[in-house]
Design a protein around this ligand. Structure first.
Ligand SMILES: *[C@@H]1O[C@H](CO)[C@@H](O)[C@H](O)[C@H]1NC(C)=O
Ligand SMILES: *[C@@H]1O[C@H](CO)[C@@H](O)[C@H](O)[C@H]1NC(C)=O
Ligand SMILES: *[C@@H]1O[C@H](CO)[C@@H](O)[C@H](O)[C@H]1NC(C)=O
Ligand SMILES: *[C@@H]1O[C@H](CO)[C@@H](O)[C@H](O)[C@H]1NC(C)=O
Ligand SMILES: *[C@@H]1O[C@H](CO)[C@@H](O)[C@H](O)[C@H]1NC(C)=O
Length: 644
């Protein structure tokens, strides 16, 4: 009930509505299109929804869609009564002012929030006069990340009712050639199979998904409300040259580097596993299952170590050992017997430092070292000062190998883990408490299971304003992407080169490529390559913002803000202010920050009927403020909004 109260306050409704579900007679979504164009792994998706108010009264009509978290919204507009109303991206502080003012005028609010593991929900509304129509159009952009040998484009379709003219059009254009394409996701079922058309040429692929109204009601998980699910387009590109794929245009370039013909480098891996009381039950059991799978996958020339911890540290063996049959059997027995212990306290500092000690004590030559921390809580024993832990870990790892942090469940301080990983050339990943947590753990391990290169340095003579160029390790199935500008757009002097350590030439040699073919894509894709550069630069500046403090932090923040404004990206530093028919009415939309501190807001459902206020202003359009609740994933999970 508390949720309903919040909702009423938020939206300034005068009536407590009997039902928040859309009333089919009031309005009609007569057309819903999703159009996604992928060029060189950069996806631009446009969602267009056309809605008619069927009533003799004005109605508030809502537009509510889900987009991938990794994407930036870059455009939103509405077409009402013969006129377009465009959203404008502004710095968050400026937008906040508008938001506060609007709220003080008693205008209502909506939100953008995290939903489940990979999606964010975008929601706005506008009041539409009797028998008038509105078109909503949202554009978002994302660079697809290669994981385990494939790219995935996730399209979430949930128009909230069966729609007569429903279409998803995906067009993929990859100059390197498309190696394979596959369609997955909850909507790729037998019932809908004949609604999907796939065409695959050498460099292009098309996927059309045109389900009929009947199909939209009868598919798995669909009903009177129509479809609710994902279409996931999975593909990979061909790779011929070991230097990868470089495209340039209008003074910008993007380099995709993902050689796969290299030999694997033996690895030294230490698993640091939380076994405090909070891991009890299913979490601990899933961890054991994942560990057994991982141990089974180690190669004989790998070395490994296992540490478990709560307020004390427990070793399986004090030093790294080779992954031979005998050691693996013994390790599996140990893993099967890992149990949560009584205490809640966790000494993350001592555990990670011990992992680093084991790797430092082991000869590194010709191998790739990795430490993987799995925890579900905060450091509560030993050193508990977060900054002190971070500086200790950084000192002991000293850039010699990456630290990956897996945060299990919703009680972790994800920002702490994220910062610690980034400081040590790794990444942090959330493990969602769910029935598949063991495969999430195993899936993460698989991504780093096969190191092919270490100490990768991407060098671009004649290049400037480069995104990240140094990578501690490169794993099979992943991809290194660097973008930048070509100094004075002088292609003649632009020479890319990759220097890294591989085992191709034994032992410990340099792998280098200087013979590049840079492909010039002409003017058609001008803005495209520039936008990839901007997208990557902003993403990386936002990571740096997390790492830095003081004036350095302010500088990267300023730079990220300027680029977000220039390219019209809705990032955690900007907001989109949506202009509406009446001058003073605005919507303000923000992007949630993963792992940020926030409060949960009610999950909105459906197109809501309109408030009394709106009824009075029949022919005029009344706007409202859409604010944002940086709704933390964890909170969303707690309130049972998971797995949508
Ligand atoms: C989809 O978007 C592309 C690029 O903007 C455009 O060329 C194409 O016509 C659109 N397709 C449809 C079906 O709207
Ligand atoms: C890397 O992955 C490719 C394709 O996924 C595979 O063919 C190749 O054998 C892998 N290389 C190693 C060293 O495992
Ligand atoms: C690119 O680099 C040059 C100097 O090398 C600098 O003057 C310019 O402002 C940079 N541009 C951007 C957009 O960062
Ligand atoms: C990247 O690595 C090279 C050589 O390993 C080093 O000289 C350079 O300073 C590094 N650059 C950054 C930005 O860390
Ligand atoms: C560079 O590549 C071209 C063709 O791709 C080849 O003809 C040439 O010999 C190569 N040069 C070197 C130095 O490898």
């Amino acid at each position: 009930m508390e949720r309903a109260v919040v909702q009423v306050t938020l939206f300034g409704l005068l009536l407590v509505l009997a039902s928040t579900l859309p009333n089919k007679d009031d309005w009609n979504i007569y057309s819903f299109h999703i159009n996604s164009t992928v060029t060189s792994r950069y996806a631009t998706t446009v969602i267009t929804s056309r809605v008619a108010n069927r009533m003799d009264d004005s109605k508030e009509i809502e537009f509510q869609v889900r987009i991938p978290k990794n994407a930036f919204i870059s455009k939103f507009r509405m077409f009402i009564d013969g006129q377009w109303y465009n959203g404008v991206v502004k710095g968050k502080e400026k937008a906040q002012q508008q938001y506060t003012e609007a709220v003080s005028r008693g205008q209502s609010a909506g939100l953008v929030s995290s939903v489940g593991r990979t999606l964010e929900e975008f929601k706005t509304a506008v009041t539409v006069a009797a028998h008038k129509k509105v078109t909503f159009e949202l554009t978002y952009e994302e660079l697809l990340k290669r994981k385990l040998g494939k790219y995935e484009l996730q399209i979430h379709a949930r128009p909230m009712q069966p729609v007569k003219d429903f279409k998803v059009d995906v067009y993929i254009n990859e100059k390197a050639g498309i190696n394979f394409i596959d369609i997955k996701g909850g909507l790729s079922t037998n019932a809908l199979a004949n609604a999907i058309t796939r065409t695959h040429a050498d460099k292009q692929a098309w996927v059309y998904f045109y389900p009929t109204e009947d199909q939209q009601k009868t598919c798995d998980g669909c009903g009177e409300q129509g479809m609710n699910g994902d279409l996931v387009i999975v593909y990979d590109v061909n790779r011929d040259s070991s230097l990868g794929d470089i495209k340039s245009s209008a003074g910008y370039f993007v380099h995709h580097f993902a050689p796969s013909s290299l030999s694997r480098i033996p690895k030294n891996v230490v698993f640091v596993i939380d076994q405090s009381g909070s891991m009890s039950g299913r979490k601990m059991q899933q961890t054991r299952i994942a560990l057994i799978h991982i141990l089974n996958d180690l190669a004989e020339d790998d070395h490994f170590g296992l540490i478990t911890f709560d307020s004390s540290i427990f070793h399986w063996k004090r030093e790294l050992v080779q992954a031979n049959k005998e050691n693996l059997e013994s390790a599996k027995t140990f893993a099967l017997n890992i149990n949560e212990r009584g205490g809640e306290a966790t000494d993350i500092n001592a555990a990670v430092l011990e992992g680093a000690r084991m790797l430092n004590a082991h000869p590194r030559e010709g191998s790739a070292s990795i430490v993987i921390l799995l925890t579900d809580g905060d450091p509560t024993s030993g050193v508990t000062n977060l900054e002190l832990i971070q500086s200790n870990v950084r000192r002991d790892i000293a850039d010699k190998f990456p630290l990956y942090c897996l945060g299990f469940g919703h009680d972790v301080n994800f920002e702490f883990l994220e910062k610690m990983s980034l400081q040590n050339n790794g990444v942090a990943r959330r493990i969602y408490e769910d029935s598949d947590a063991d495969s999430q753990l195993k899936g993460f391990y698989d991504e780093v299971a096969t190191p092919l290169l270490t100490d990768v340095t991407m060098i671009y003579n004649g290049g400037t304003n480069l995104t990240q160029t140094n990578f501690s390790q490169y794993y099979n199935g992943s991809e290194i992407v660097v973008a930048g500008q070509i100094t004075d757009n002088d292609i003649e002097t632009f020479t890319p080169q990759v220097v890294a350590i591989s085992v191709r030439i034994v032992p410990h040699m340099t792998f280098s490529e200087t013979n590049a073919t840079v492909e010039y894509t002409g003017t058609d894709f001008d803005s495209h390559i520039q936008r990839v550069w901007a997208y990557l630069t902003v993403k990386q500046l936002l990571e740096k913002e997390l790492l830095f403090s003081g004036p350095e932090k302010e500088n990267v923040k300023k730079e990220a803000l300027e680029l977000s404004l220039k390219y019209s990206f809705v990032t955690p530093l900007t907001s989109m202010v949506v202009t509406k028919p009446l001058g003073e009415n605005t919507d303000v939309l923000h992007k949630p920050k993963e792992g940020g501190t926030t409060q949960a807001l009610p999950s909105p459902v459906g197109h809501r009927p309109l408030s009394r206020k709106g009824l009075k202003k029949r022919t005029r359009l009344q706007g409202h403020v859409v604010s944002y609740s940086p709704s933390r994933l964890a909170d969303a999970e707690r309130s049972g909004r998971v797995g949508v």
